[in-house]
Design a protein. Structure first.
Length: 489
């Protein structure tokens, strides 16, 4: 059954509160540009987030903090898509934002996540938001077409798809280039041409839900960012607010009168045709996420795990974005040739252990990773089987996360395969001194699995590996990780 949802609705008392929440435009000089990335929550007397619209509690609200469960979800007009803007912390101490986007009609496709909103990479994705080189930027994105897609700089450090300056000029408006480099020598890259951006600050921007019900309109101070493709053939617009983080998205392309009627119902009271830089454009897609719903169970923990299977993460963010992944070539990237092809290159990965050999292959049907990398498959004809993994010098003693994304493309709904993810430590003499095992049940749907390992003082080598426990089943493996544990609660 589909998870029932309880809408906040617009209570009579709420409309009264809204009238007393007129934005203070002068305060924009003291706001931080990054304040517009993460949604705000109302809090009780104990400073705990509660289920309420942050527009309704100007004196008792703050930003959601890393590790806190969300007390509400944001959905678009019509209730078709959920998009939240929550914070995560990386091992380097930086707070990043995650903007989710996924469809409500996929909630009941996986029994392990019944009645629980979670990421299904085939039906949704996310943007990673943060600051880099003086800019607020999308550091990467994940979508059903290509999964993870980071932006890289030529020196292979993480770059970003620029949004607006990380300073007071974000509230004054401006324009700039937003270059993206293919970075062919980097492990990961995104095939996106250079763009230009324009940003401005709009006080009390109306976000309309129902043209006939003004009480549902939110008038919020906003930063608007327009991304123009080269030649102004298309454009995307993102709106950011202090209350909701990422609040609205629009897609435009060259032409007049291209907006379908259903889109006008989904984004009412909008301008659907306009001229930008001498080019007539039409809005061809949009989402406005200002309707709030209560999560199943009262709150939603994106940093948590499934209540049915604790090895499965509720909303797995690719470890690449969080920094500190100690495994190399974790997505098996191949050589990239613009407009050309690539092949799996399992550099730094090998097969070890006693047992049957592993047959290696590639996923050739959806879902797969088309971002200059591929998804490797493993299969064994007999048990026990060898493992597939990577051995590194043991990091400093402490607690680490380890795991991988694994699925079995050929399995039908209801079928599963057993797999073992291991973290094995050895000392200087080559003796095994610790083994952490993460037994998992793999289905035909992409999932990310995670365990914990405590690196010992006398460990010199650490190996993270995947071992099939079911014969004659192709296991697709990508995104293996070993990264320092970051917890805020």
């Amino acid at each position: 059954m589909r998870a029932p949802l309880t809408r906040i609705g617009l209570l009579a008392s709420l409309s009264v509160l809204l009238s007393s929440c007129a934005p203070d435009h002068a305060r924009s000089q003291t706001w931080q540009a990054s304040d517009f990335l993460i949604q705000t929550v109302c809090v009780d007397a104990g400073d705990r987030p509660i289920f309420a619209d942050p527009v309704s509690c100007p004196g008792q609200r703050r930003k959601l903090r890393p590790g806190e469960p969300l007390p509400y979800h944001k959905v678009d007009v019509g209730g078709y898509q959920v998009s939240d803007s929550f914070p995560v912390a990386d091992p380097n101490g930086q707070t990043l934002g995650v903007q989710t986007y996924f469809f409500t009609d996929a909630w009941d496709l996986d029994p392990s996540f019944m009645r629980q909103v979670r990421l299904d990479p085939a039906r949704g994705g996310y943007n990673i938001m943060g600051t880099v080189a003086g800019w607020v930027a999308f550091l990467g994105t994940s979508d059903p077409g290509a999964y993870w897609q980071p932006w890289w700089q030529p020196d292979c450090t993480l770059g970003g798809w620029r949004l607006y300056p990380d300073n007071v000029t974000a509230f004054r408006g401006g324009d700039a280039a937003s270059p993206t480099t293919f970075a062919p020598n980097c492990e990961g890259r995104i095939r996106t041409s250079a763009a230009s951006i324009e940003w401005d600050f709009i006080p009390a921007q109306p976000f309309v839900v129902d043209s006939d019900d003004d009480s549902r309109t939110r008038r919020l101070d906003s930063i608007r960012v327009r991304h123009f493709a080269s030649g102004y053939g298309s454009m995307e617009t993102n709106w950011f607010t202090r209350e909701y983080g990422v609040t609205r998205w629009e897609a435009w392309r060259a032409g007049e009168g291209l907006t379908p009627d259903f889109l006008k119902a989904r984004c009412p009271a909008s301008t659907y045709d306009a001229v930008f830089h001498g080019q007539t454009m039409s809005m061809v897609d949009c989402r406005t996420w200002t309707t709030l719903i209560r999560p199943e169970g009262g709150s939603w923990d994106p940093d948590g795990t499934s209540a049915i299977d604790p090895t499965i993460l509720t909303f797995p963010v690719d470890p690449l974005y969080l920094g500190g992944n100690l495994l190399w070539n974790s997505h098996l990237g191949g050589p990239y040739v613009p407009e050309g092809s690539f092949a799996c290159e399992p550099r730094a990965w090998d097969s070890q252990g006693e047992g049957a050999a592993l047959h290696l292959g590639e996923v050739t049907t959806a879902p797969w990773n088309g971002n200059g990398a591929c998804v490797l498959t493993l299969r064994t004809d007999a048990l026990p089987a060898r493992n597939w993994g990577q051995t590194i010098d043991a990091p400093s003693p402490g607690t680490y996360r380890f795991g991988a994304s694994v699925f079995a493309p050929a399995l039908s709904l209801g079928e599963n395969a057993e797999v073992l993810i291991e973290a094995v430590q050895k000392d200087r003499s080559g003796r095994v001194i610790d083994t952490q095992q993460l037994p998992i049940q793999v289905t035909g749907r992409f999932r990310t699995f995670e365990g914990r390992v405590t690196v010992l003082q006398n460990a010199t080598d650490l190996r993270v590996s995947v071992r099939p426990l079911t014969v004659n089943t192709e296991l697709a493996v990508t995104g293996a990780f070993l990264t320092p544990l970051v917890r805020t609660r």
